[in-house]
Design a binder for this molecule. Structure first.
Ligand SMILES: N[C@@H](CCC(=O)N[C@@H](CS)C(=O)NCC(=O)O)C(=O)O
Length: 281
């Protein structure tokens, strides 16, 4: 269990984050924890090994997904809600939520977009590269039986398609479309402000940011770098923050980075084809 308590903190951390380093949902929570300087312990849940479907974890998180945050007696689920919870419960010096009600609504619109569209799209891009190879090593019936244990029906059905078709699945083409539309929308938002909803960093930026880590790790930055300089600048500024260094960079050693770059390079021609024929909703 990694201890992220701040040096000199008087109390042992009472927060445990059930985490996976590759999970964008867990990454957004880790960024909030780092931005706010909240001490916590991270307990890794082995997603490729399906530890998330073991009875002890399903008790904490009946959907069988990370992250779960345990704060004393409180068990919190759903990454966007956890981020808001942390900002509310640990108000401290800096708030990651705007005061103005209309900006708060705008922030939640980005969160909704992430939860409904960008997150499943990222799953469709990552799953064939991060999860499928291990399942392809076992007998097909065994692999399908494992996928059958996935709790949420839409996720289960998507994983079956991705298992059978890999990056050629329609989900992947749609996912590329959703990414492209999101990047366009962000570029428009950033025309007259530094961050997505105002000149201040907010949860809107933080919940979107990890989905760019996925593009960065696979070196798929051609999705935005040349065409959307405002988005490129936005992600660069996030990467420059201490929170990114602690919450993201620290979890990716040189060997992992090189591996991910290689995986991304192999997949890139298919992603480019999807860009050319993109759908998305
Ligand atoms: N809506 C959930 C989604 C959580 C989620 O999809 N987590 C992924 C990792 S980013 C997961 O645990 N996947 C396990 C699986 O699909 O088997 C949240 O925001 O917390």
């Amino acid at each position: 269990m990694a201890d992220h308590s701040k040096a000199g903190a008087r109390n042992a951390p009472k927060i445990t984050l059930y985490n996976n380093k590759m999970s964008p949902c867990a990454q957004k929570v880790r960024i909030v924890l780092a931005e706010k300087g909240i001490a916590y312990e991270a307990q890794d849940v082995d997603l490729p090994g399906k530890e998330n479907l073991e009875p002890w974890y399903l008790k904490l998180n009946p959907a069988g997904v990370v992250p779960t945050l345990v704060d004393g007696d409180h068990v919190l689920r759903e990454s966007s809600l956890i981020c808001e919870y942390l900002d509310e419960a640990y108000s401290g010096a800096m708030s990651l939520r705007p005061d103005a009600p209309h900006l708060r609504a705008e922030m939640r619109l980005w969160m909704k977009h992430v939860d409904n569209s960008l997150h499943p799209s990222c799953g469709a891009l990552q799953w064939p590269l991060a999860m499928r190879p291990r399942l392809l090593e076992v007998d097909r019936d065994e692999a399908l039986a494992l996928i059958d244990q996935v709790v949420e029906a839409p996720r289960r059905e998507r994983q079956k398609r991705l298992f059978d078709q890999g990056l050629d699945a329609p989900d992947v083409r749609n996912a590329v479309g959703v990414y492209c539309q999101t990047i366009d929308r962000m570029d428009r938002a950033l025309q007259d402000r530094d961050w997505l909803i105002s000149d201040h960093l907010s949860l809107a930026d933080i919940v979107v940011a990890p989905y760019f880590q996925t593009l960065l790790q696979y070196c798929w930055t051609d999705l935005y770098a040349a065409t959307h300089p405002r988005v490129a600048d936005w992600i660069e500024r996030l990467q420059g923050r201490d929170s990114w260094k602690t919450a993201i960079n620290a979890d990716f050693d040189a060997e992992t980075r090189a591996q991910l770059r290689g995986i991304g390079a192999n997949a890139w021609p298919t992603i480019q084809t999807h860009m050319a024929n993109r759908g998305g909703s």
